[in-house]
Design a protein around this ligand. Structure first.
Ligand SMILES: [Zn+2]
Length: 432
């Protein structure tokens, strides 16, 4: 018999504030085969770290190779080493939920092949996400600026405006000209093109997003037009000519303009902080969320959504959420990176920061099966963390349920203006 808390978390629709989901067409026509559905997610990095060679992992994920047994067997030793990590747990959840596989093996995988084909039919992507994962809606960063209404689920699939290339300090000016009709030849026209991006996309977009932590330090400094103008001139003459310091200057200037526009258009600004996807390349010093303090201090009217709990700098993140009214903390991907730290972090936040600031889920995945698994995993660990609060006497069960409702849904509705976005999407559905 589940507790009332467990029942509430299981049955309440969960908002996903961060995914990289591929489109319906892409899913149906070029979607994952069985092994990709299970392993083409974060676990592939764990497999390499656990000793599977990159060649074996590439083979595992190569759908053109029909030898399912051989593909799995080549990583099986590493799989046994990672099956209990958060990423491994998610793979086991996909196996059980979608294929009724209790123990992943070459035999059980081969037996599941017929089941897989039914999952790639039109409409299954939405069905898996909305009905089976019980998600309220998803917010997708598909790595591009233009946002559109997704006709496969107009009031379910929402998109971020990608600001990454700007903040990287390497604006893609040719694409920008095609999108906006503005040819950039100085700082004023760059500003004009940025304004056009918002004018074109803000009504449909749910947020702005930058994951420049993969490209450069998160440390931000205010840059004047006088500092940025000669850098842009040099970039226009020869994009290869910029030094790292030049790119930081142009990137910082561009981030500031993006934040100003996000304020003007009432959109939250999401920033990747903390841990890297992949393996063997993360420089931990440049990913600290605390590097953003000058930006947070400078733009008090913005709503900054700091992603992935800044892991492993989650203690620093509690302090930011507590100190800055404009900081929201997104748990996207964090439960699968390190579920115990994430559960403890949630408990720390409850007793340190206001409760309207936390968004508890984002699967951060390409395929709906993985998103389903990460949602299931979030529900499990969220239940454990809140149940511990009740058991330890810090919260009544009713209080724990109220907080779960906030973290799963109400906070996202407030910060991302979801009611209004759904209404607007409903209108565009009627308009076709
Ligand atoms: Zn992501």
């Amino acid at each position: 018999m589940p507790t009332a808390l467990a029942h509430f978390i299981q049955t309440t629709p969960l908002c996903s504030s961060h995914e990289h989901l591929r489109s319906e067409t892409n899913y149906v026509e070029n979607g994952p085969d069985l092994l990709q559905n299970l392993f083409d997610n974060y676990v592939s990095a764990d497999l390499v770290v656990a000793g599977a060679g990159q060649t074996a992992v590439d083979r595992l994920l190569n759908a053109a190779d029909p030898d399912v047994r051989g593909r799995f067997t080549s990583v099986e030793r590493a799989w046994q080493r990672v099956r209990h990590t958060g990423y491994g747990e998610a793979v086991r959840i996909i196996a059980r939920e979608l294929y009724a596989i209790e123990e992943i093996s070459a035999d059980s995988l081969e037996a599941a092949l017929p089941l897989h084909n039914a999952l790639r039919q039109p409409g299954q992507r939405l069905h898996i996400l909305r009905e089976r994962a019980n998600l309220d809606h998803v917010q997708t960063d598909d790595f591009v600026r233009p946002c559109h209404v997704d006709l496969s689920g107009p009031d379910f699939f929402f998109f971020d405006i990608s600001w990454r290339k700007f903040v990287k300090g390497e604006p893609d000016l040719a694409e920008l000209a095609v999108e906006t009709g503005v040819t950039v030849h100085n700082l004023a026209t760059l500003r004009q093109a940025m304004q056009a991006v918002f004018a074109q996309n803000a009504a449909v977009a749910v947020a702005v997003k930058a994951q420049h932590a993969y490209d450069r330090t998160l440390l931000w400094r205010e840059r004047s037009d006088a500092e940025a103008a000669p850098v842009l001139d040099a970039y226009l003459r020869n994009p290869e000519s910029l030094s790292d310091e030049d790119r930081l200057c142009l990137g910082d200037w561009s981030l500031a303009r993006g934040v100003e526009l996000a304020i003007e258009y009432d959109l939250p600004f999401k920033i990747h902080t903390g841990y890297y996807a992949g393996h063997s390349w993360m420089p931990v010093d440049r990913i600290k969320p605390g590097h953003l303090c000058s930006l947070l201090r400078h733009y008090r009217d913005a709503r900054f959504v700091l992603m992935h709990i800044g892991y492993p700098y989650n203690d620093e993140m509690v302090a930011l959420a507590k100190h800055y009214p404009n900081v929201y903390v997104d748990f996207c991907w964090a439960w699968s990176i390190d579920p115990f730290s994430t559960g403890n972090f949630l408990r720390q936040c409850i007793h340190a920061a206001p409760s309207h600031k936390l968004f508890v889920f984002g699967g951060d995945t390409l395929w709906p099966g993985a998103s389903l698994a990460y949602a299931n995993q979030t529900r499990r660990w969220l239940t454990r963390a809140l149940q511990a609060e009740v058991t330890d006497g810090f919260l009544s069960e009713a209080e724990a349920i109220a907080l779960a409702g906030r973290f799963m849904r109400e906070n996202q509705y407030d910060c991302f203006r979801i009611e209004a976005k759904k209404r607007a999407a409903g209108g565009s559905k009627v308009a076709g």
